[in-house]
Design a protein around this ligand. Structure first.
Ligand code: SPV
Ligand code: MN
Length: 626
């Protein structure tokens, strides 16, 4: 038997690739690679180790097989996904459930046996005529309590190339885990390519096997559906974390720098896709540890976090030199960048929505050849760059990267931020009364209006607890309970905040400017370090006007009027009460095992809001709470 396995891999791998695989001495890993080599039937198999040579090989393959094209600036390439494959596909992403298991109605699941049969049918011979890549990475810094080893099988050199930019290499780490079965596995095939993009998107599937820690994904290229270590790993990690007592979250990690002293205070922040997570982590004057995925662990009575990644797969829309100087610089200077789904001119110059430049007359984009006024089959104008167009860059090249990025201990987290796209209810910033209140009324009650980062209609208000709804892989009630429990034994847990960058006036104008975020984070930094007092309102603590006025002056050189403060921080009693009703109803009817604490905390909040309404009416200016 052993010989037969070896024979198959030996014929598909070059000698060096075969040796790299066997040097890992991991029978389970070897069998996994053999099984999918046999099933997917590639012409050849290339195994990558941690060498720069292999990284270069993958980058070159992406150009040779036209999944990427060179752009004018050295190191820059462009990749296009298919026209209907430009965002995460929630409908086709399913957990494979063994008989008797139940994740509740809020999560998308299917019978494991049927799902596996279907995906294996799709995978059969899917790589014929192609090369298969086998890659090893580490989720989190290597040689750390946070690290999880992961192996990726893919026939897409674009996916492999993206992973090289986004994750730490993990071949050597695999050597250290020996024969362990404790690693994550991903099998991906873009399927048949037509003009460089997946042809059979109608047969796109992302199936997550939680028992065996394997994710299968076929007939898609969009990174959110294919890059195993990103959102596919998050789904596996959430379950693992719940079993082991830590948290895997859809969170940025950043260092906020004190205005007064040389003090760096670390925060994590959870925001749904396209709601300001990357831009917060990249704020001018602060330093970035990560923009998307964080693991949080409890150590010696404190909470530490590490970035799962070491790169950014960021939304490019509205990246401009004024608001995002650091990213702008990497997107316009030589160095490794993969642009996806932007417009590219004949001269190889990329353009995107909101870049502040004049729009070219024509070029290539996600719809093929594009010229101004081009319409889709329904007569709608095709934007020159897609709303979910992205850039992939390494964090190491950014001037604002935090020096703790690779610290195997992680960074000590003193504040956690929750934020959604909410046009009418939450103020720009508020602080929870305590951990439980923050977890329930901010995290577990998060709602956000949908965006182009997932397929489907935009602007629909959606329940999205901890910004993690798309990735939670345990029953939601258990997930919330796990958060409540997480800080047991932590004498001073992180302070929880909620932010909202998207409040609008009745006429649809944003109430706050993009750059105002810089003030909100500085206020949070002062709060967790006990430097300022705050105003208690029914839903939490908000800043005092005088503190904000000072911060606006110091940080942005802007005048901040009492009128602005009153408008932005008015307590919307009706909106808040309706929200409580909506959230309580969801947890009552759709989610089994919701913790009792959740209903209790919501009830208390309701009582506070009703009391204020009786005294002051529906819209209460913050000054009455002084
Ligand atoms: C997001 O949409 O939240 C992302 C990109 O970070 S994706 O890989 O699509 O998840
Ligand atoms: Mn994300």
């Amino acid at each position: 038997m052993q010989k037969k396995y070896a024979d198959l891999l030996k014929t598909k791998c070059c000698k060096k690739s075969y040796e790299k695989l066997t040097a890992l001495n991991n029978a389970g890993l070897f069998e996994f690679v053999r099984k999918y080599t046999e099933l997917c039937n590639p012409d050849s198999v290339y195994v990558c180790d941690d060498s720069d040579q292999d990284r270069e090989y993958i980058g070159n393959r992406a150009l040779e097989n036209a999944e990427e094209r060179k752009l004018a600036i050295d190191g820059h390439t462009i990749h296009f996904d298919g026209y209907n494959d430009l965002a995460r596909d929630k409908t086709s992403t399913k957990y494979l459930l063994p008989q008797g298991a139940d994740l509740g109605d809020a999560l998308n699941a299917t019978d494991k046996e049927t799902g596996l049969e279907e995906i294996h049918r799709y995978l059969k011979n899917i790589m014929a005529g192609k090369e298969m890549y086998v890659l090893f990475f580490s989720l989190g810094p290597t040689n750390s309590e946070f690290s999880i080893s992961a192996v990726q099988i893919t026939d897409s050199s674009y996916v492999a190339h993206s992973e090289y930019i986004l994750y730490r290499r993990g071949y050597e780490q695999f050597k250290k885990i020996g024969n362990s079965k404790s690693f994550f596995r991903y099998v991906h095939s873009a399927g048949v390519l037509e003009n460089g993009v997946s042809k059979n998107v109608d047969k796109r599937r992302v199936y997550v096997d939680l028992e065996d820690n394997i994710v299968y994904t076929v007939n898609t290229q969009y990174a959110g559906n294919t890059v195993g270590l990103k959102k596919l790993s998050l789904r596996l990690a959430i379950r693992k974390a719940s079993q082991e007592g830590w948290l895997a979250e859809h969170m940025l990690i950043m260092g906020v720098h004190g205005l007064l002293r040389e003090r760096i205070t670390y925060f994590t922040g959870a925001f749904p896709s396209a709601c300001g997570k990357t831009s917060t982590s990249m704020l001018k004057g602060e330093s970035i540890v990560g923009d998307d995925l964080a693991y949080l662990r409890k150590k010696e009575g404190k909470i530490y976090a590490a970035n799962v990644e070491c790169g950014i797969f960021g939304i490019i829309q509205d990246v401009n030199p004024k608001d995002d100087p650091a990213i702008w610089k990497s997107l316009t200077s030589p160095g490794e960048v993969i642009f996806s789904n932007v417009l590219v001119t004949e001269k190889g110059v990329p353009y995107w929505l909101g870049d502040g430049r004049e729009v070219p007359e024509k070029g290539s984009n996600y719809s093929g050849e594009w010229q101004k006024g081009k319409k889709d089959s329904q007569g709608n104008e095709i934007t020159y760059s897609h709303k979910n167009a992205r850039y992939t860059v390494s964090l190491y090249g950014l001037k604002n990267v935090d020096c703790q990025l690779d610290n195997p201990e992680g960074v000590w987290i003193k504040g956690i931020i929750y934020g959604g796209r909410d046009s009418s209810i939450w103020p720009p910033v508020q602080e929870a009364f305590n951990w439980t209140h923050g977890v329930i009324t901010f995290g577990a009650s998060l709602e956000s209006e949908t965006t182009a980062a997932t397929l489907g209609k935009e602007g629909v208000r959606q329940f999205n607890p901890m910004s993690n709804l798309d990735f939670v892989s345990i029953p939601l009630g258990k997930y919330v309970a796990h958060h409540l429990k997480f800080i047991e034994g932590v004498p001073v847990p992180p302070t929880i905040f909620a932010v909202n960058y998207f409040q609008k006036t009745k006429t649809g104008k944003y109430l706050t400017a993009m750059e105002d975020k810089r003030v909100w984070v500085k206020w949070m930094e002062l709060r967790v370090n006990h430097d300022v007092d705050a105003v208690k309102i029914p839903t939490g603590y908000i800043p005092r006007y005088a503190d904000l006025k000072k911060l606006f002056r110091e940080v942005l050189r802007k005048d901040y009027s009492e009128g602005e403060y009153a408008e932005q921080f008015t307590v919307k009693i009706k909106g808040n009460l309706e929200k409580i009703e909506r959230i309580a109803e969801i947890y009552k009817t759709k989610i089994t095992d919701a913790p009792d604490t959740l209903f209790k905390v919501l009830k208390e909040q309701k009582a506070r809001l009703e009391e204020s309404r009786a005294k002051y009416g529906d819209n209460v200016v913050p000054t009455v709470f002084l």
